[in-house]
Design a protein around this ligand. Structure first.
Ligand code: APR
Length: 246
């Protein structure tokens, strides 16, 4: 067995569930904070199949505005710390975020639950997905089958295609880290029920409240850019000590 595979078998697996809070310090709005997106927009008007059928221009503008903002921001210290974690652990990121900041910070194993802002999907064939070059997707942009392209986003009321894949990943976690999510939107918020009760769990969120019905949970009431690098440093040190001990 080559060294790489050997390392992969003895490396512990850390599953990281992220939400909008990990991207907040990059300048991307969260949804439910005081200045969050759902304070500025009604999601029924910009993020649902009914909205798309009723007023597609408004929906397109909502995602074009967010895509334009995404192109102007960068990953932050929390994103880069998760990439650093890959030195000693198998890190599997399950994100509710539609931004590409985990990708741009170098993480290698990312599962998007709610879609990807920089991609478009055919309205005739959900398997036809395309990268959007630049920030704008327009009415009149068609797929190869001649149907209108839509944002590659899971809207309210639509099923989350990757949820059972995500549950399978959480089931096999040795360690779980939850960063910057209000855990208010299901089925994503229900993923924690699949976590092994024995697995150490860490939650990083400045507004975290102790109401989570989760065993073996340590809460860091800090912003991601402070809490994530701190936790990553601790985990990397513990990994070195574990491998050094006879
Ligand atoms: N660092 C860490 N956490 C933060 C920070 C920060 N700097 N700033 C805010 N937070 C926390 C908030 O306290 C809150 O708990 O991030 C969380 C953001 O919660 P939401 O705005 O509800 O975002 P999220 O949980 O990702 O929403 C889930 O809801 O609207 C849908 O599809 C959308 O994926 C989204 C889903």
């Amino acid at each position: 067995m080559v060294r790489g595979n050997l390392l992969a078998t003895i490396m512990k697996t850390i599953v990281v569930l992220t939400g909008a809070g990990i991207s907040a310090e990059s300048g991307i709005s969260t949804f439910r904070d005081n200045n969050g997106l759902w304070r500025q927009y009604r999601f029924e008007e910009v993020a649902s199949p009914e909205a798309w059928a009723r007023e597609p221009e408004l929906v397109m503008d909502f995602y074009n505005m967010r895509r334009k903002q995404l192109l102007a921001v960068k990953p932050n210290a929390a994103h880069f710390a998760l990439e650093e974690l890959e030195k000693k652990f198998r890190v599997r990121i399950i994100t509710q975020n539609v931004d590409d900041l985990h990708e741009r910070s170098g993480s290698s194993d990312i599962l998007h639950l709610h879609g990807e802002l920089r991609k478009a999907r055919s309205t005739a064939d959900k398997d036809l997905v395309y990268d959007i070059s630049g920030w704008e997707l327009k009415l009149g942009d068609f797929c190869e089958k001649g149907s209108q392209l839509r944002p590659h986003i899971v809207w309210f009321g639509e099923t989350v295609p990757n949820i059972m894949v995500a549950a399978g990943i959480v089931r096999k976690a040795d360690i779980i880290i939850i960063i910057g999510t209000s855990l208010k939107v299901y089925p994503a918020a229900g993923l924690l029920q699949y976590a092994p009760s024995s697995a150490p769990k860490y939650l990083i969120d400045p507004e975290a409240t102790p109401e989570y019905q989760v065993r073996n949970l340590q809460i860091f009431r800090e912003k991601a850019c402070i809490g994530v690098p701190k936790l990553v440093k601790e985990l990397l040190i513990s990994a070195v000590q574990t491998h050094q001990s006879p």
